[in-house]
Design a protein around this ligand. Structure first.
Ligand SMILES: [Fe+2]
Length: 506
């Protein structure tokens, strides 16, 4: 069971506005910087902490507007023989290389439109218009292994193979070539043997939208690329025929997939016309359905089989699953949710995040509020009577109730709730506990959308901390996962912009 986090009174005030510096452009490094050490690095930490985030927030005179638009910068803290170095490189995606070459935004990003080259004559502009908008490969969200390779990723159909040692960009891979998906999340699940599962929306039966779970096998004996053997293992239907929900992650227990279909929808008509209409971007295509609430879907993993029970709960926003596991005929899954139906990304425009602290606070007052919730679904719900709680696990207050219309209404157990204080970017001891009953989850305190705790901006456990006011502005902090006490830190004299996700590569 997740241990409840006690609510402590903190005072998070940022009069200096230091946080603005984590949304500013930096340069890549030509060689790794040695870090200054305090404490002793545990001998079992031999490897690299790899993280991704935006590093270039404007090109020439053109700014990027949204938190997820800056060009992908890969960071690496490297640990060997008790020494630590810090290194970073821009991923040489098409979006980046062409932006640098033409000194303007060439490929439309999540919340920033690319405009046709004003220098081209009217005829070539006409053709640019009809060629449509290119899909971005700006892989600023996460990095994960496939077989023996490593990929920097965003949420489109493009993933980018990188060298995790040199941070060199190797090749762009189009997942559409291998499986029926329109995009694929930055949060796959990876089994202990290296098999990767991921989810993306797709065209399903009868031209309806659907969601496919894709399986990429582990490394191949014949050394071939496992991506070539990618396949769809199961399909989830869409609550709305032409409007798939935005999907950021999913859950996987030992034998089941959990997919939460939230009311944040992609309006396909708007989306398709955005390909032709100048001045549209991805953010323009989202809309929230106030009526539909949230649909929970379950599927068997092997062999893949959709389980057609109609689990429903109230509207919520969701980006990150914490964990999912089976217990006595139930699936328990824990989520970092956001209350209501409004899209949280509407609050992540850079202009809002860079405001003065009073404005940042006001902004967070009107935004959806965070809450960590535990849901439980029964795997065999039809045996019980209508109106009765079907959940009999002794340790949770989460309920599931069969209603007259055959839907099963889920009410969560609230694990942690504190206004404007999110428990987000969750981490668990993944290799040991993913898909299994577990005790501890770790996360980042997101205070009014600014990732911070008292004027530092950490990520999790092995964490990159940015402290803009200090002499050495960035450090890798090594915390004891038992009590979060500091074991060591490795500081460098350069600032790191915000990072989203990453991995420890032993
Ligand atoms: Fe994420």
């Amino acid at each position: 069971m997740v241990e409840r986090v006690s609510k402590t009174k903190y005072n998070f005030e940022h009069p200096a506005g230091d946080y603005k510096k984590i949304f500013e452009t930096v340069e890549e490094l030509s060689e790794p910087l040695p870090a200054t050490l305090t404490g002793r690095i545990p001998s079992f930490i031999r490897g690299s902490l790899l993280r991704l985030g935006p590093g270039l927030f404007e090109v020439g005179s053109e700014p990027f507007y949204h938190l997820f638009d800056g060009q992908a910068l890969m960071h690496k803290f490297d640990f060997s023989n008790g020494q630590v170095t810090y290194y970073r490189k821009f991923i040489k995606t098409d979006a980046y290389v062409r932006a640098i070459t033409e000194n303007r935004v060439v490929i439309t990003e999540f919340g920033t439109c690319a405009y046709p080259d004003p220098c081209k004559n009217i005829f070539s502009r006409f053709f640019t218009y009809f060629k449509g908008v290119e899909v971005t490969d700006n892989c600023l969200v996460n990095v994960y292994p496939i077989g023996e390779d490593f990929y920097a990723v965003t949420e489109t159909n493009y993933i980018t193979k990188v060298n995790p040692d040199t941070l060199e960009t190797l090749k762009k891979v189009d997942m559409c070539k291998y499986v029926n998906i329109n995009g694929i999340t930055a949060h796959p699940h990876i089994e202990r043997d290296g098999t990767v599962y991921n989810i993306g929306n797709c065209m399903g039966k009868g031209a309806s939208l659907a969601y496919n779970i894709v399986k990429i096998p582990s490394k191949q004996k014949d050394k071939s690329d496992p991506i070539e053997k990618s396949k769809v293992v199961v399909q989830f239907p869409s609550a709305e025929r032409f409007k798939p929900s935005y999907v950021h992650s999913f859950g996987m227990s030992e034998n089941y997939f959990v997919f939460v279909e939230t009311p944040v929808k992609i309006n396909l008509l708007k989306f398709l016309s955005a390909w032709a209409i100048r001045g549209s971007n991805y953010m323009d295509c989202f809309e929230s359905d106030e009526q539909k609430g949230t649909w929970i879907h379950i599927a068997k993993k092997d062999p893949g089989e959709y389980i057609d029970y109609q689990f429903r709960t109230s509207a919520m926003g969701l980006f990150h699953h914490i964990n999912s596991y089976e217990d006595s005929g139930f699936i328990v899954f824990d989520l970092c949710t956001w209350k209501g139906f409004e899209f949280v990304y509407n609050y992540l425009w850079l202009a809002n995040l860079r405001q003065n602290w009073d404005e940042v606070k006001k902004h967070a007052m009107i935004a959806p509020q965070p809450e960590v919730r535990r849901f439980v679904v029964p795997l065999d719900p039809y045996r019980e009577e209508q109106g009765k709680n079907l959940i009999s696990l002794p340790y949770t207050t989460a309920t599931a109730t069969m209603r007259e219309d055959g839907t099963i209404w889920l009410e969560p157990e609230v694990l942690f709730s504190s206004p404007r204080q999110a428990f987000e970017f969750p981490q668990i001891n993944y290799e040991m506990n993913n898909g299994r009953n577990y005790t501890y989850a770790y996360a980042l305190g997101l205070n009014h959308f600014i990732p911070d705790r008292a004027s530092v901006h950490p990520s999790v456990l092995l964490t990159i901390v940015v402290c803009p006011g200090a002499q050495r502005q960035t450090y890798c902090l090594i915390l004891n996962a038992k009590d979060l006490s500091e074991i060591a830190r490795a500081e460098v004299g350069v600032i790191s912009p915000v990072t989203f996700h990453g991995m420890y590569k032993p």
